[in-house]
Design a protein around this ligand. Sequence first.
Ligand code: FPP
Length: 227
Amino acid sequence: MTSTFQDGLHAAIIMDGNGRWATARGLPRIAGHRRGAESVRRAVEAAPSLGIGVLTLYAFSEDNWRRPPREVSALMRLLSRYLIDECDRLIANGVRLQAIGRRDRLSAPLVSLLETVERKTAHGKKLLLRIAIDYSSRQAILDAARNLKSVDEDALSQALGPDVDLLIRTSGEQRLSDFLLWECAYAEMIFTPRMWPDFSKADLAAAVEEYHRRDRRFGAVSAAQSA
Ligand code: FPP
């Protein structure tokens, strides 16, 4: 049987520390975001070989609109650049891209680009790459609940997307920041001091290894203890 992304881990990453990485080097914050986009390329390329089937990246939160307009525009440009530059590579590598979050406040060209890349990569089976843009988990939960005829746990989970197995946040911060709140109910969390622009394939591999070392009990007792 051919393997698909449903067989792999769902890893989600809060990519934090771009600004501090740049400031520490006397560079403008946007230089950190630019380097952060390179880390995104590395993580996407490495994910399937590490057993990751779904990778959800927090690229722009609803709260990020409060940043200076120049930084917001630069982030939007970087997202567009990524989609334009990477589309062919995503297709060739079997990566399916999906954006999550609100689209009505994004520019028309960015929305159209997202739709094009989503359509062109729709047959990808190796990795589902979900990019959260103008995203708020509380809002996503409210929207999903409002759109359901009858709300129950399975229906809401189905509407929101796959549960997260492994949540990584870089830069030493230890918060969820309105990211995948429902989906992270049983996620293993790894907080690393590494700034996102420095996050390497080895860091991702180490996080996955740490995940496999953990004993996921989902509230029950471990297999060894129940014997
Ligand atoms: C958090 O660092 C990072 C962001 C708000 C933006 C993330 C964007 C990218 C990695 C680049 C583009 C994304 C893609 C998917 C191509 P911060 O600015 O809050 O850092 P700080 O806490 O050090 O200020």
